[in-house]
Design a binder for this molecule. Structure first.
Ligand SMILES: C[S@@+](CC[C@H](N)C(=O)[O-])C[C@H]1O[C@@H](n2cnc3c(N)ncnc32)[C@H](O)[C@@H]1O
Length: 197
């Protein structure tokens, strides 16, 4: 994500961060442990929530890193490895990671099902996928609106607003726990921890 898009994205998300996202990030990211892979780090908003005591290695992967993230020095206790790659083809061996973290990113990945297949592959059998995502509204009118606006929004906002991420995660052979849906009628978010079946 380039600098300009990061600034616009952060400004747009600010109210959601304050009202609901920050505390969910804190609750979930502190549960990351062992060898950790974060996919789609954007401006590095999750970095301060990792608990250094639980982390063996923190590997963050994105299509493109910008100077904000590369200058990130806030979490000095954790050494961060930056990997430029596509989530649809993860450059790691099978069953390598204890935790994969994905926040507000499945909606930006062209083929989220392929990324989930890859996440399943690189996670250890007892590993976990921590996620927070925005998804298609349930309300019929907003759902139709999101579906009809999606292709235009994708060009501007670089993400899909009609993702069914809960179902995608389940279809990838994960069992979801700690699940919560939150937000409002228009902006719907889900969060949880998914384990391999
Ligand atoms: C909307 S930002 C999310 C930033 C951050 N995780 C958060 O919670 O705010 C989505 C990020 O996913 C990255 N991304 C999109 N498609 C990707 C892919 N196929 N592989 C890896 N990263 C990808 C983008 O470059 C961007 O940094």
């Amino acid at each position: 994500m380039n600098e300009l898009i990061t600034i616009i994205f952060n400004l747009f998300m600010m109210p959601f961060e304050k009202i609901s996202l920050n505390k969910r990030r804190k609750e979930l990211i502190t549960k990351a442990n062992g060898k950790v892979l974060e996919i789609g780090s954007g401006g590095g908003i999750n970095f301060n929530y990792y608990n250094p005591k639980n982390i063996e290695s923190l590997n963050v992967l994105d299509l493109k890193f910008n100077k904000f993230i590369l200058n990130h020095k806030l979490n000095k206790e954790i050494n961060i490895n930056y990997i430029t790659a596509n989530a649809e083809k993860l450059p790691f061996e099978d069953k390598y990671f204890d935790t994969v973290v994905v926040t507000l990113t499945f909606c930006a990945i062209d083929n989220p099902n392929k990324a989930l297949e890859e996440i399943y592959r690189v996670l250890k059998d007892d590993g976990k996928l921590i996620f927070i995502e925005h998804v298609l509204p349930h309300d019929k009118a907003y759902k139709n609106l999101a579906n009809s606006l999606n292709s235009t929004w994708k060009k501007v906002g670089k993400c899909n607003i009609n993702c069914d991420t809960y179902r995608n995660i389940e279809n990838a052979n994960f069992k979801i726990s700690n699940y919560e849906k939150f937000g409002n009628k228009v902006f719907v978010f889900i969060k949880g921890i998914a384990y391999k079946i």
